[in-house]
Design a protein. Structure first.
Length: 255
């Protein structure tokens, strides 16, 4: 596998030949983003909507052959932080007292925590599933075709491309420090890290200027050329329509 092809598929998991992976990225962005929007707009009383959203994500993951272990491993990077903040809500919000062992919480606070937990879980899994079935460049291409702000898309594209270059620079700097016997044992020795960070910033800034000038010399017009063209096929429309009908009908009936 070539370096560019490997970079293009960073983060993609499951069966690359599955029907979900072959969908137009715009269809997956709209469909899985719709799951998040429906979940966010649903109150706790309409728990059936949360169940349908979860079932939809489970079906998509099963068809794409993305294992539960992959979903959990990626979701635990973000989800625990959200839940850690939300877990204090039952004890901070006023309401009817409820005894939970040695602690006393409010019933309204517990409902808020349950709502936040359900919405955060579904939203995180939707994002993880999108990243596992669609490469980041394809997501950016889909956003560009969906008329997202071009400046934001370009910033995200360059950050993704050169993040790996910066990581390589950091790795080389760490190796250089280690080869010179740098082993910090107290706070006064941490000043070397500051000098390394400054050097990294200057080196990155100079590289960005050189890359920008090189792109202008090659006719760069604030758009990224692509060899492949997105085609929204019938199967893509069927995916979006199926997800929309399933979720919206459940949401309307639960209202």
């Amino acid at each position: 596998m070539s370096g560019g092809h490997a970079l293009h598929h960073v983060g993609v998991a499951g069966d690359l030949a599955s029907p979900v992976h072959r969908l137009d990225p715009r269809a997956k962005l709209i469909g899985l983003g719709g799951v998040t929007l429906v979940a966010v707009s649903t109150p706790l009383e309409a728990w059936r909507v949360y169940a349908v959203c979860g079932l939809t994500l489970a079906v998509v993951a099963a068809v794409a052959r993305v294992s539960p272990r992959t979903l959990v491993a990626r979701a635990k990077v973000v989800l625990p932080l959200v839940l850690l903040v939300a877990v204090f809500v039952p004890f901070a919000r006023r309401g009817d007292p409820v005894d939970i062992g040695p602690f006393t919480a409010s019933e309204q606070g517990l409902e808020t925590f349950a709502t936040v937990a359900a919405k955060a879980t579904l939203g995180t899994l939707s994002a993880v599933l999108l990243a596992a079935t669609t490469s980041f460049p394809d997501v950016l291409h889909a956003l560009e075709r969906l008329k997202a702000p071009r400046l934001l898309v370009l910033i995200a594209a360059f950050m993704y491309r050169y993040l790996f270059v910066i990581v390589d620079d950091v790795a080389r700097m760490r190796a250089a420090l280690s080869s010179r016997g740098y082993v910090p044992r107290h706070a006064l020795q941490a000043q070397a890290i500051g000098r390394v960070a400054t050097a990294l910033f200057l080196r990155t800034y100079e590289r960005a200027e050189r890359v920008h000038l090189a792109m202008l010399a090659r006719g760069y017009d604030q758009s990224m050329p692509r060899l492949d063209v997105l085609r929204f096929r019938r199967v893509d429309a069927a995916f979006v329509g199926g997800v929309a009908v399933c979720l919206l009908s459940t949401r309307v009936l639960a209202a």
